[in-house]
Design a protein around this ligand. Structure first.
Ligand SMILES: NCc1[nH]cc(CCC(=O)O)c1CC(=O)O
Length: 310
């Protein structure tokens, strides 16, 4: 009998839910026992400072990666959209499991939708990508910065402090709270964040047996979508500081990548798309189409849309 694999996780409800899902799927696929090990991160300890001021989403990631490299844990499960685009030395993303819904969700009072919210409505979100696109669709509403876990955020709608909040459908679904969504936002209106809804299952690169074992959770289509979206993000990070949205869809006949760059106030919006025919070298093609679409956006003036993360 081999020992249990140690899967490191943040202690937040969402992290526990997705780590638990992966642990269960892994045991089902391989017969190996998996134990969850709680790791605390800077983003969990400091719950009041806006994320954009404490190093962005990377704060949730580095503690798990340090624990992997130190050999304290064998596996880490990340929300893929929280990973920096630069690869981590010594670590491998051994699997991208089947992707959850990648859309953003509106959770509004009285069952309201984005179109039906009254002028001046207060919508909780601090993400520049969401702010820019909400203001592009509804220049007459107000976006209010918000932090805290999903319960805290939803609670601000229930209490009447806010008219609505925006959260990823995926997170709510993983928490079993998708029934509180009043509108799953059309991805043409609110183009999702690169890799939203996808998980990254990571381990040390010098553990080839584990890399192979984790490969049993891989979904090739989800991997291709994430490669394309993040290749675009990486190419744009060099050229522009505006909010970036990207959404790829893989099917047997068509691979489409759409992307949007907008000014934070939503007055300037650039949207581009490319379609390719999927074939054997899908992951290489996905990489390339991401870079090409980034070049399209830059040629259309993406670098002049300056974002500010106030
Ligand atoms: N920004 C934080 C974050 N990172 C991952 C998710 C859940 C959605 C996902 O797994 O992509 C969330 C919450 C949200 O955006 O609503």
């Amino acid at each position: 009998m081999s020992r249990a694999l140690r899967l490191g996780t943040r202690a937040s409800k969402l992290a526990l839910a997705q780590s638990g899902d992966v642990a269960e799927a892994l045991t089902e696929a391989t017969g190996r026992a998996v134990e969850l090990v709680h790791i605390s991160t800077e983003g969990d300890r400091d719950r009041t400072t806006p994320l954009t001021q404490i190093g962005g989403t990377g704060v949730f990631v580095s503690a798990l990666r340090d624990a992997l490299l130190a050999g304290q844990i064998d596996i880490a499960v990340h929300s893929y959209k929280d990973l920096p685009t630069a690869p981590a030395n010594g670590l491998t993303i051994a699997a991208v499991p089947v992707r959850e819904d990648s859309r953003d969700a509106l959770i509004a009072r009285d069952g309201l939708t984005l179109d039906k919210l009254p002028p001046g409505a207060r919508i909780g979100t601090g993400a520049p990508r969401r702010i820019a696109q909400i203001l592009a669709a509804r220049p007459d509403v107000q976006c209010v910065p918000i932090r805290g876990n999903v319960d805290t955020r939803l609670g601000k709608v229930t209490s009447g402090e806010l008219d609505a909040v925006v959260l990823a459908v995926a997170g709510l679904a993983r928490l079993g709270r998708a029934d509180e969504i009043t509108e799953a936002l059309d991805p043409d209106v609110l183009v999702p964040a690169p890799a939203q809804g996808a998980l990254a299952v990571e381990c040390r690169s010098d553990d080839p047996d584990l890399v192979e074992l984790l490969g049993s959770l891989e979904d090739a289509g989800a991997r291709a979508e994430v490669i394309a979206e993040r290749s675009l993000l990486a190419a744009l990070e060099a050229g522009c500081s505006a909010p970036v949205a990207a959404w790829a869809t893989y099917s047997a006949t068509e691979f489409i990548l759409r992307a949007r760059v907008a000014s934070l106030d939503g007055t300037k919006v650039l949207t581009e798309a490319r379609t390719i025919a999927p074939h054997d070298d899908l992951h290489t093609d996905a990489e390339a189409v991401g870079r090409q679409l980034a070049a399209d956006l830059l040629a259309a003036g993406a670098d002049t849309l300056m974002g500010r993360t106030a």
